[in-house]
Design a protein around this ligand. Sequence first.
Ligand code: FAD
Length: 305
Amino acid sequence: MLRSVILAASRSSRVERLVATAPYTRDVVRRFVAGTTPDDALRATRELVTAGLTVTLDHLGEDTVTAEQATAVREAYLELLAVLRAAGLTGSAEVSVKLSAVGQAFDEKLAYENARLICAAAAEAGTTVTLDMEDHTTTDSTLDILAKLRADHPSTGAVLQAYLRRTESDCRELAGAGSRVRLCKGAYKEPESVAYQSASDVDKSYVRCLNVLMAGDGYPMLATHDPRLIAIGQERARWYDRTPDSFEFQMLYGIRPDEQTRLASEGHTVRVYVPYGDEWYGYLMRRLAERPANVAFFARSLMSK
Ligand code: FAD
C-alpha cells in the first residue's frame, strides 16, 4: 500500500515540488546520490574502487520529452566517459543508461542513435554500457534496441526484472555466450496481468531466472541487496563452477555498503550503481518505496533539524 502511494507520488510534479523544496531533502538525497557533477561522480567512483569495488554510473534523468533534452543527456554521458578515461578508471567503471532519458518515449530511432553513440564512446574508452530497464510498456522496445546495439557492441548489457512474468523466458533468450544480463527484482508499479505481486512470488521468480542465467554461457549480474538471494547466488556459483570473473553482484550506492565490501573481500566482483545529477526525484522515490524504513529515515531528517 505504502509502496503504491510512493510510486504514484514519483510521477507527480506537485509532490516533486514539495519534496524538492523541503529544507532537509538534500541530506536524504546525499545518502543515495553521489552528487550533481561528473567530478562528484568521479570522486565517488575513486572511493569505491579504492575499497575494492567496481562501479556503474547513471546520469540521472528519465522521461525526456524533447530531442534537445535527449541530446543533452547523450552529451552528459560522453563527458562522463571522457572524465573516467582521463582518470584511468574505465577498467573499473562502466555506465548505465535509461533509454527514456535519450528519447525512447517519443522517438525510438533517436533513442537508438543516442545510445549507439554512447556505446561507441564507451568502447573507445575501454568500457561498457548497460541499458537500465523501466516500466513494462518499454520492455519490448528496450530489448529491440539492445539487439541492434549488440550487433556492433556485443558487450552491451541488459536488465531483466524478476517481477515480470515474461522474464524467465527473456533470460533463456539472453543467457548465451557474450551477453551481460543484470537481474533485479524490478522497481516500478506494474499490473497483475504482467507482474507477480507478492514478495514471495517475485523472489521465487528471481531464483528461477538466476538459475537460468548462472547455468548459461553469459555474464550474470545479480543486482540485489536481499541476503537470501545473495546466498543462493553464491551457492549457484559453486554449483556451476563460476569463477569471480564470470559473474558479479551489484548493489545501489548507499545501500548495504558493509555487505558490498564484505562480498568483495571474499573475492567476489561487486559493482555499485552510482547515480549522480540534478534529476534525482524519480530515483529517490523508487528507493523510498522499496523500504518503509527509508521513509521513516526521510521523515526523521525532515523533522529533526
Ligand atoms: P528487497 O526485497 O527490496 O530488499 C532486500 C533487503 O535489502 C531489504 O530487507 C533491506 O535490507 C535491503 N534494501 C533493499 N532496498 C533498500 C533500500 N532502498 N534502502 C535500504 N535498504 C534496502 N530496477 C529496475 O526496475 N530497473 C533497473 O534497471 C534497475 N537497476 C538496478 C541496478 C542495481 C545495481 C540494483 C541493485 C537495483 C536495480 N533496480 C532496478 C532496483 C531493483 O529492481 C529493486 O527495486 C531494488 O534492488 C530492491 O530490491 P532487492 O533485490 O534489493 O530486494
